[in-house]
Ligand binder design. Structure first.
Ligand code: NAP
Length: 321
């Protein structure tokens, strides 16, 4: 028989935004649950290094997320990991989340489902995922010892993960579509130290080729449309993120990419529903901003519970910017 739970706050997603929201909500003395399809920790659990989270010197992402979880435990947060969400009803006054294991009735919901790697959408990408195409350098990097790998993208993720892969691989190519990287300058400087990393500018991957596993990529020069072949054993696309919003799509206001609009209290377009972290429209997607979002969303979810509705006019609505 399906279990039924009643909570004041149900948080969807157990990454930094979700766990931080859980800590703040539970400390606000309301019953709080966090649901995640995976073990808790979210994306940072796969970060080899986390250099810019204040106070976390010499701490990797996994360790930091364990501490977030431990802190949520201290305040009595109910955790439901490894639960696939089947449906979510955010529109009714009493929100309902159905998972493979249970029904959760919630007075308020905080959406902290994060984002996942954007796909290249080229021939061979899907076919070779797990056989040469990977979106997680920390998970799969060791398989490429003394091999050639190709990272696609020009942001912080591409550069950081290329440097991580350079510890194992004999050669790392970074293929970027423009003639300059988007990554932070400090990372670009550090990249120069790696003799086995080579940048290929003005190029996109047109196709990923192989038999049982990847053997090469076909590159398209964005300036003259010339095609060329690049031998490689692995392809790691790091070209940005798409929000995890499959089960809530259409119920709250979202931008063209699916990221959720919020106001300054992180309330969505629906009363009693908040969004925090990478899943929302935000100028910066970092562990620290996700954690801060968790705090803001939970504080205002608790105020909403206390007052029935939190209606103080706010100075800024993201949609109006
Ligand atoms: P990002 O900053 O959005 O960069 C995506 C990169 O992929 C850009 O260089 C973009 O090119 C390129 N790109 C996008 N679509 C493409 C396509 N279809 N084909 C080829 N290239 C494509 O994404 P990210 O690096 O994954 O980072 C996501 C967020 O996490 C960012 O806010 C980032 O700052 C943050 N992050 C921070 C850290 C850190 O601070 N240590 C580490 C990792 C991530 P253009 O440059 O031409 O647009």
């Amino acid at each position: 028989m399906t279990k039924v739970y009643d909570f004041d706050v149900v948080i969807l997603g157990g990454g930094p935004a979700g766990l931080s929201a859980a800590i703040y909500a539970a400390r606000g003395n309301v019953s709080t649950a966090v649901i995640d399809i995976n073990p808790f920790g979210g994306q940072p659990s796969n970060y080899a290094a986390l250099e810019n989270y204040p106070g976390s010197i010499n701490t990797d992402g996994f360790e930091l997320m364990e501490k977030f979880e431990e802190q949520a435990d201290l305040f009595g947060v109910q955790k439901f990991p490894m639960q696939e969400i089947l449906s979510v009803d955010l529109i009714s006054e009493n929100k309902v989340i159905l998972t493979t294991e249970a029904r959760f009735n919630a007075k308020t919901v905080i959406i902290a489902t994060g984002a996942q790697a954007k796909k290249l959408g080229v021939k061979g990408e899907k076919e070779f995922t797990g056989c040469g195409v990977s979106y997680c350098a920390v998970c799969d990097g060791a398989f490429y010892k003394d091999k050639i790998v190709t990272v696609v993208g020009g942001g912080n993720s591409a550069v950081e993960e290329a440097m991580y892969l350079a510890r194992f691989a004999s050669k790392v190519f970074i293929v970027h579509r423009r003639n300059e990287l988007r990554a932070d300058k400090i990372l670009q400087e550090r990249l120069k130290i790696f003799a086995n990393i080579e940048l290929i500018y003005n190029s996109t991957v047109k196709e990923i080729v192989g038999e049982d596993k990847v053997t090469k990529v076909i590159l398209n020069n964005t300036q003259n449309n010339n095609l060329s072949e690049l031998e490689t054993d692995g392809v790691f696309p790091y070209i940005g993120m798409v929000p995890n919003v499959e089960k809530i799509a259409g119920q709250v206001k979202q931008d063209a990419m699916g990221f959720i609009f919020t106001d300054a209290t992180l309330k969505t377009s629906v009363e009693g529903v908040y969004a925090a972290g990478d899943v929302r429209v935000t100028p910066l997607r970092q562990v620290i901003t996700a954690a801060a979002d968790g705090a803001v969303s939970a504080v205002y979810a608790v105020k909403y519970l206390e007052q029935g509705k939190y209606t103080t006019p706010l100075p800024m609505q993201i949609e109006q910017l």
